[in-house]
Design a protein around this ligand. Sequence first.
Ligand code: ATR
Length: 283
Amino acid sequence: MSGLPKKTLKAAVIGWPIDHSLSPTIHRHWLAQYNITGQYDPIAVAPNELEAKITSLVGAGYNGFNVTIPHKTNIMACLDYIDPIAKRVGAVNTVWVEGGKLMGANSDVFGFLAHLEASAGKAWQRQMPALVIGAGGAARAVVVTLLDAGVSEVRLTNRTISKADEIAAHLQETRVKVIHWEGRNQAISGVGLIVNTTSLGMAGNPALDIDLSEAPGDCVVYDIVYKPLLTPLLAAAKARGLLTVDGLGMLMHQAVLGFGKWFGQVPQVDANLKAAVRKAAGC
Ligand code: ATR
């Protein structure tokens, strides 16, 4: 046993590998800020030990977890309840214990929208079509969020078109229009929002090759990449005078749900947190 006082509230982030995770920085910052007796641990969990490890951590008094790669889908089989939005996304990243049951939700959805609203506010024309670039796990969360937020159309483009087709088929939504990768520049015409969910533009990767000249002047450009904070896409958008939203805020806002569930306090995303996370991320 750890020898910690009984009242210590415990949560963790589980993944494989886990060393890169910024979640400990975020949650430990809030634990200190709100003077909560708690701990938040990064725990490496191999794919074949997921269920056993969850059971042992809950037995050891953990109130819940953030779940990251590669467990976001497989964790769903271990839960008693899954929030309907997480079901639609097909991924859970936040788990908590409630009345002896394991509950799961997808806070990437919440984080993406909260950061967009905080950064762009009314400047984002949410009834306009949106262009989503990429078709990985992050894209799924973004597409579900935008549909729920009331966009008139989601134009979904990906280098491998079959993955975009899969998302469209899974969601069964007439508002999702799959666009060929070669058609991405034309698809910018008339959109209120462009979101990059690919890893292009991340330090060490090539930039996203896209031409923003057709973008309406009131279009918002959102990049979920946060290292560097000013990606080539956001730099090009700024040069065109477009409003930009960086990826770091989504990471911070998605942490709010879990912290509230595990530690009983809804935390604020503020400049101090952003400074701490930027320092830890080196961006
Ligand atoms: P995540 O779950 O974080 O979204 P992912 O599932 O690995 O990550 O998805 C990465 C996304 O980046 C995919 O849309 C991928 O396109 P493919 O489906 O064609 O692989 C996109 N991506 C990565 N490298 C790319 C490149 N060089 N050109 C175009 N798209 C790229």
